[in-house]
Design a protein around this ligand. Structure first.
Ligand code: PEP
Ligand code: MN
Length: 355
């Protein structure tokens, strides 16, 4: 279970361990920030292309051991193979995490899970690079099945094909869904890998708190522009301190009066949602009727002129009522897609009969 005392859990440290000096200097500054409880550093770096800096491997583990001994901070590293698990534990690393590239591969996750059997160490599971909740859940389940009691999830955003201000699109809805399915698993937000650049970190971290996420993992480097990996997104410890000071931590529940009023408003929403669903069902019934009518008269399903008219007309009504144009367009597209699907089914059913 999540210990409320530890909330929110703040993890900071460099993307990569680069030298003993870099690690110790960074950790000495980080331990001055009371909120920071865990020191992170990448030792085995999963690089997309060969020839990039791949981390110091085992050489860096004694550096991490020194950080822990000198500052008292807990330590964490990414593990991507059973051998990494073995070495990290040998050097007294306190927490392990599975990276976004590892979590896409059930075979690798399973191998790591096997190596964790009989071990008592908290394990954090990053979301997979691609937006697939099942892979994320699957990795958590494999680690859990290996007997690991303390599991945390890390939300680091998802690869996204369209243009976006982020390096990895947050797609918060996937994190919410994980929380809904596994409410006992705390979610740590990793604004560094979501943002890809320093300027966006504050905004993402604040949003993470506002959305009831349970902590932050933030890459922190003594000299970010010189970092051997992820130079654009790292913060100095001083900048991290300022960022944390500016974050507003809101309460999760309010006074009885607040909760009473909230409940009343939510009841209204529930009612409206019920009506919305009934209207949608009615609309689909009409869609089916039209589908049958088109079929009986041998008319095509998609009629572009009609569809263009619907969009224009509904957008004009909706935007006048204060609805966002993009939101409305997406909603209409979704309804239209379902309508087309239903009418296609009607047509196919008829073909089956004709056969
Ligand atoms: C990292 O934390 O440095 C890292 C490699 O992250 P991810 O697995 O999220 O890309
Ligand atoms: Mn990184």
């Amino acid at each position: 279970m999540w210990d409320a005392e530890k909330y929110p859990l703040i993890i900071a440290g460099p993307c990569s361990a680069e030298s003993e000096g870099q690690m110790l200097r960074t950790a000495r500054q980080l331990v001055q920030i009371p909120e920071v409880k865990v020191f992170r550093a990448g030792i085995w770096k999963p690089r997309t292309r060969p020839g990039e800096f791949e981390g110091f491997g085992e050489t860096a583990l004694p550096w991490l051991e020194k950080v822990k001994k000198e500052t008292g901070l807990k330590t964490t590293v990414e593990v991507a193979k059973p051998q990494h698990v073995e070495l990290a534990l040998k050097y007294g690393v306190d927490m392990l995490w599975l990276g976004a590239r590892t979590v896409v591969s059930p075979f690798v996750v399973q191998e790591i899970a096997e190596s964790l059997k009989g071990v008592s160490v908290p394990v954090m599971v990053k979301n997979p690079v691609i937006p697939d909740l099942k892979l994320w859940l699957g990795a958590i389940e494999r680690i859990h099945a290996a007997g690991i009691q303390q599991i945390l999830a890390i939300h680091r955003g998802f690869h996204y094909f369209e243009k976006s201000p982020y390096r990895n699109a947050p797609m918060w809805e996937i994190a919410f869904e994980l929380k809904r399915v596994l409410p006992q698993i705390p979610i740590i937000t990793d604004p560094s890998h979501i943002a890809g650049k320093r300027e966006l970190l504050q905004e993402i971290a604040q949003k993470s708190f506002d959305l009831e996420m349970d902590g932050l993992m933030i890459e922190t480097h003594e000299n970010p522009s010189q970092a051997l990996s992820d130079a654009r997104q790292q913060l100095t410890p001083e900048a991290l301190k300022q960022m944390l000071q500016q974050l507003v931590l809101r309460k999760r529940t309010g006074t009885p009066e607040f909760e009473y009023k909230l409940e009343a408003l939510r009841t209204e929403i529930d009612k409206l949602d019920g009506e919305l669903i009934q209207i949608l069902a009615k609309r689909m019934e009409l869609t089916d009727e039209i589908g049958e009518y088109k079929r009986d008269n041998n008319i095509t399903i998609l009629q572009m002129k009609r569809w263009a008219g619907i969009i224009r007309d509904r957008l004009s009504i909706g935007t006048h009522l204060g609805l966002d144009e993009d939101f409305l367009t997406e909603l209409l597209k979704l309804i239209h897609k379902e309508a087309i699907f239903r009418q296609t089914e009607i047509l196919n059913r008829n073909k089956e009969k004709e056969k």
